[in-house]
Design a protein around this ligand. Sequence first.
Ligand code: OAD
Length: 254
Amino acid sequence: MTNYSPLLADARALLIQAKHVAAFIGAGLSAESGISTFRGAQADALWSRFDPAALASREGFFANPEHVIEWYNWRRQTLAKASPNPGHVALGKQKRLIQITQNVDNLLERAGVPGQHIYHLHGTITKDRCDAFCGYERTLDLEHPPSLGKCPQCGHFLRPAVVWFGEGLPLDTWKKAESLCARIDCLLVIGTSASVYPASGLIHTARNSGARIIIVNTQPSDVSDMASVELTGPSGEILPELLEGLDICSFRNG
Ligand code: OAD
């Protein structure tokens, strides 16, 4: 065991006692895979280098669609070269745990988390979809993503299948996540600043329903005061120890 030991033992006890657990995940989980976070102390944090209004809003897209697609394609190529880190791998072994993620990468899938157990609240950069919601979408070759294109079905722009600022979350996924967070006894919150809503409202939903909150983060976050246990350090180091030998579950019967 490492220097996290005393708090790790407390967190493991909470996970073992809990009947229903979920994970709520943010960009910090993928940081050790070389995927930049958005905020926080990291020098490469995206929103300290780029303007979210220009790159992550529909208005920004229509102002300069080529530029927006180039930026997403740069992120896609970074993702193509990245691999799941030990944090993803530890989560990948939890085959019965629902993992609610704000991340638009595919590293949980690649670490072995069953697709139906990953709730992508903010969509995915692995696909494009029709901006006009005609139903067309395409899965991309992340190494060689296409430049700006039009929908072959209806002629509107194709855009990354992510949720931008000012847009609603995918309704079915959101409803499932909300109802789960109202029922669990324990929420494992990993690598998120918990500053973006409505996603982070799920932590409040869980807490208000009586769930214990375990936080894994390299620094304090907006929800530190809600934590029963706060484990401070990189998720790639903490999660393998925290989850070692456990089979935590979101939908245990009885
Ligand atoms: P943020 O970038 O806001 O926060 C990342 C968090 O991860 C910070 O609290 C860091 O301290 C922490 N962190 C960094 N490295 C870590 C590590 N190795 N281990 C553990 N924690 C680490 O990311 P999110 O909270 O995910 O929206 O941001 C929420 C949303 O804001 C994103 O989904 C994105 C962005 O705008 C969309 O893409 C729609």
